[in-house]
Ligand binder design. Structure first.
Ligand code: AGP
Length: 607
């Protein structure tokens, strides 16, 4: 969601602000803006829509300024508009603010502190500049400390002021923000990618910490404005390479990177060919004797990965498991305790609902383990245990390689717990480990074998208004992911259904030519799913079956997409590949913005 960049340095800050904003585009936005010091006055440029529009407004107006802040806004309070775009400027024109997060008490702050003031925007952010102006006491750190104590909700704030022409201020609570050290100056940003190449190290801000950034100095304060020390972290280059290579879209590049992502994720979980998760999970005594329940909590695709995990922890490890959507879990009263393992899955490690759910699980004394792709992100930092997926930087809003890596961790974890609890042992365990290690190769084969057939199928389906994805058991979990991909990037309405549930209502929507994509890899229920395909075919549906070679003849009425053989427990990693391709190619034919679908953000940092 919203992205923040700020710079104070020797050179003109504007090109660095614009480059930073373009690197934050992937987070999702609908307007953008910058504020900078022009002599001893604040200047502000904003534009609705793409960064290109902002670029045009500053093109003929590029000033040599050493300090500025920039913002990409994903609308929450107030529609996308020029007035609602950030930065916001105080009425006395002395303070400019950019904000990521939500100020939950913005309306009551306005009523209480500024009952007779009319605000220029509908945002929750604007009240902050009014508060800075009202409470400014000659000391900016103290003023920020005082103002942030009035704010409820989450925020990362970047602030510049005419009172401090050489200092950039920032503070963060519940929203990501870093301060970074560079050669041409120092920076603040929503994430490290925005300053990669210009900065060598960074500090993470949290818990209302305040930071004063100057060209050659960064100072930190706690939320009471008392000076504190913080540990610098190096910026690791390979995690941030931001190059589409020869691919037209990041999504295609990232789909192709799935074999490596899964291989790299599994690699640290094995020592001398033996799976060993001792350093990543609670001790084996707990897992064997105390663990009574697992909850898996996440959003979107990460939740869909969690649904696969739910099935495997129950089937293999024989532990009662429930996968839940984080935005629901956080407002529930879950039955969890010190004998529960609560697993939180997130690519970004920033998702607001997942983070809030994690805090609830901690309050209830559950052991908290997260599966996260972004190092040192909030979810990773607040967990008792972390297993990092090694998908590398994922830029496309639609996740592919991170989802595949999450599945790999869940496979490994469920097998590891199964072995400790002796629910899977001997030949079966060895066989599954062997299959697990073959998965990267099998994913490569799936990519090679299915891509062109799916590209042709997309030609038949891309003009449809509705599509259905069906499956049973693990195949149902995959069909949910296929359906989400379809909606997310090709904007075709789609639904996924447990195949046996269709005739309880949804089948009335099937018309002549409606595409129904069936995923059926589970031997125990494949016959049932094929019967459900017959039912929709009888009502005019055009069906496609995704299955293993050995089942390809179980239908003669459908297109069949064959995936390589693997253990049925791991089939999701292969059957999802053609579904990703299908949504990609349909989106391409429909002319959609594949990497940055409308209305969506890569990191959902507000609830
Ligand atoms: C999937 O393609 C989506 N972009 C979305 O559902 C995503 O998985 C969800 O927002 C969770 O994000 P996270 O993994 O960063 O927590």
């Amino acid at each position: 969601m919203c992205g923040i960049i700020g710079m104070v340095g020797v050179k003109n800050a504007i090109p660095y602000l614009m480059e930073g904003l373009s690197r934050l585009e992937y987070r999702g936005y609908d307007s953008a803006g910058i504020a900078f010091l022009n002599g001893n006055q604040l200047a502000c440029k904003k534009a609705l829509g793409k960064l290109e529009n902002l670029r045009k407004t500053i093109q003929n107006d590029a000033r040599n300024t050493n300090i500025g802040i920039g913002h990409t806004r994903w609308a929450t309070h107030g529609k996308p508009s020029f007035d609602n775009a950030h930065p916001h400027i105080s009425p006395n024109a002395k303070f400019a603010v950019v904000h990521n997060g939500i100020i939950e008490n913005a309306d009551s702050l306005k009523n209480e502190h500024f009952p007779n003031t009319s605000f220029a925007s509908q945002t929750d952010t604007e009240v902050i500049v009014h508060l800075l102006q009202k409470y400014y006491n000659g000391n900016m750190v103290q003023t920020v400390s005082c103002v942030q104590k009035l704010l409820l909700g989450s925020y990362a704030l970047g602030i510049i002021s005419t009172e401090y022409p050489n200092t950039l201020f920032c503070t963060a609570k519940g929203s990501p923000l870093i301060a970074a050290v560079g050669e041409v100056g120092n920076f603040i940003a929503s994430d490290v990618s925005a300053v990669f190449g210009y900065a060598s190290g960074y500090y993470n801000l949290s818990n209302g910490e305040i930071c004063a950034v100057q060209e050659n100095d960064i100072k930190f304060f706690n939320n009471d404005a008392v000076c504190i020390e913080k540990q610098i972290e190096p910026i690791i280059a390979d995690a941030l390479i931001n190059d589409k290579q020869s691919f037209e879209h990041y999504m295609m590049l990232e789909m192709m990177q799935q074999p490596d992502a899964v291989r790299n994720t599994l690699e640290p979980l094995f020592i001398n060919g033996e799976m060993c998760l001792d350093s990543f999970v609670p001790d084996s005594h707990f897992l064997k004797n105390s663990l009574s329940k697992i909850v898996i909590v996440a959003c979107g695709s990460a939740y869909h990965a969690g649904l696969v995990g739910e099935r495997l922890f129950e089937d293999l490890a024989r532990v009662e498991t429930k996968a839940q959507i984080a935005s629901e879990f956080r407002y529930s009263n879950p039955i969890i305790n010190q004998n529960t393992l609560a697993i939180f899955i997130s690519q970004s490690g920033e998702t607001a609902d997942t983070l809030a759910a994690l805090r609830l699980a901690k309050l209830k004394n559950a052991k908290v383990l997260s599966i996260v792709n972004v190092r040192s992100s909030a979810i990773a930092n607040e967990s008792d245990y972390v297993i990092y997926t090694k998908a590398g930087r994922e830029v496309a809003v639609a996740t592919t390689k991170a989802y595949s890596s999450q599945l790999a961790v869940l496979y490994a974890l469920s097998l590891y717990i199964s072995k400790i609890r002796q629910s899977v042992e001997g030949e079966m365990y060895d066989g599954l480990i062997k299959q697990l290690l073959c998965l990267p190769q099998k994913i490569s084969e799936t990519i090679i074998n299915t891509q062109s057939l799916v590209k042709c199928l997309a030609q038949h389906f891309y003009t449809q208004n509705d599509m259905y994805f069906i499956g049973r058991q693990l195949d149902f979990a995959v069909s949910m992911e296929g359906s989400l991909k379809c909606k997310e990037i090709s904007y075709i309405h789609s639904e996924s259904y447990a195949a046996g549930e269709l005739k309880h209502g949804t089948i009335s929507l099937i018309e002549q030519g409606t595409p129904v994509i069936a995923v059926a890899t589970d031997e125990t229920v494949i016959g049932k799913t094929v019967s459900n395909m017959r039912e929709v075919e009888a009502r005019g549906a055009k069906t496609v079956l995704v299955t293993f070679e050995k089942y390809k003849d179980c239908t003669d009425k459908s297109e069949v997409i064959v995936i390589p053989e693997t253990a049925s427990q791991f089939s999701a990693s292969l059957s999802v590949i053609p579904l990703q391709f299908l949504s990609y190619y349909m989106a391409k034919l429909r002319g959609c913005d594949i990497d940055k679908p409308k209305n969506l953000a890569k990191s959902v940092t507000v609830e």
